[in-house]
Design a protein. Structure first.
Length: 342
């Protein structure tokens, strides 16, 4: 029996907010006002140094955690210099500043949220001292909507000024930033390039969410969506182009997944030195259901790296379970290298 998970949908209050976001998003930014342009040194994890090939393979073998099926470590090319994975583990807080219901990023005030994130980072570092742990803010920059909106795409682009805020918060704690996209009835081809101003920055990475990719014309939230390898490969090609053109370290691409149909033809996903792909187990529920989902859709279908999402509220709704601890998740095969809290 398939594990049953429920999905969320951002419902922004008031048409004025919708109109304001679309107005801001439609304005073009000049290079003089690019967000983050005055930021100081990039994250130390992104120092442009040659890859230690032997160490790269050694860490990937460690993450495989004794797998005997030959699935893990996944086959992948040596990344470009400055790669974050597998040399670091990432602990991220996920959400949106317009909603307290989409995740811890947006639920708590800034100071409390950043302090809580740093505590999680310390806990993970204590649990595994062999890989440095770095924080990240994972911000939903395009949200799926029940209403069609002015573009009739059932998606809402967040204002660039709000992304600037997240970048500034990340800079305060030397964190990475992930921008997440829920395309609704739009496409990755239409939504990803809008964020190129940010993706050209060395500490900004991307997440795409198949759950809200409504290829059949359904309203988001009524049915679980899907991405094919062709969609993912378009994104990989685009990120790889930005990396080469702007002489950047590799980008990380997060693919959320908790059903078979959310990601089709995984074997055809490209593996290139410019992009590091993480399949993030995104389902919520008690531990036994989360582990079942992991085994079915992450462990059995390797791409490159793996991630695991923890829901502070939804994972313990039944009251019979607690969140997976770092120590427990480090026993998984393979070990997740990206941890996301919602």
């Amino acid at each position: 029996m398939e594990p049953r998970y429920y999905f969320f949908l951002l419902l922004l209050a008031g048409s004025s907010l919708l109109n304001a976001c679309n107005t801001v998003q439609s304005e073009k930014r000049s290079s003089a006002t690019e967000p983050g342009i005055d930021n100081a040194d990039p994250n130390p994890a992104l120092v442009n140094r040659p890859i230690d090939t032997a160490f790269f393979h050694k860490l990937n073998l460690k993450l495989a955690n004794g797998d005997t099926t030959d699935r893990w470590p996944a086959k992948m090319p040596l990344p470009r210099p400055g790669a974050i994975l597998p040399f670091h583990r990432i602990v991220a807080f996920y959400g949106n500043l317009y909603s307290s219901k989409m995740g811890i990023l947006g639920e708590l005030p800034k100071k409390a949220m950043l302090e809580k994130l740093q505590r999680e980072v310390r806990d993970w570092q204590k649990a595994d001292t062999s890989i440095p742990v770095i924080p990240a803010l994972h911000y939903i920059a395009v949200t799926a909507q029940a209403a069609p909106g002015p573009a009739n795409k059932h998606r809402l682009r967040m204002p660039f000024s709000q992304i600037d805020t997240i970048l500034n918060w990340s800079h305060e704690i030397n964190a990475l930033t992930f921008l997440d996209i829920q395309v609704g009835q739009s496409t990755v081809q239409e939504e990803v390039p809008v964020l190129d101003t940010f993706l050209k920055m060395p500490t900004v990475h991307l997440g795409i969410d198949p759950e809200f990719s409504m290829k059949g014309g359904h309203v988001p939230g009524k049915k679980i969506g899907t991405f094919d390898a062709a969609d993912v490969n378009w994104v990989i090609d685009h990120l790889a182009y930005l990396v080469r053109k702007n002489h950047l370290p590799p980008k990380i691409l997060i693919l959320h997944r908790f059903t078979q149909g959310m990601l089709t033809n995984y074997q055809q996903i490209k593996k290139v030195p410019e992009v590091q792909v993480v399949v993030d187990m995104d389902g919520w529920g008690p531990k036994y259901l989360k582990r079942s989902t992991w085994l079915r859709y992450v462990y059995k279908e390797p791409v490159e790296f793996t991630g695991f999402k923890l829901f502070y509220k939804n994972d313990i709704k039944t009251g019979a379970d607690q969140l997976y601890t770092p120590e427990e998740l480090l026993k998984f095969i393979p070990q997740p290298v990206y941890i996301q809290y919602q």
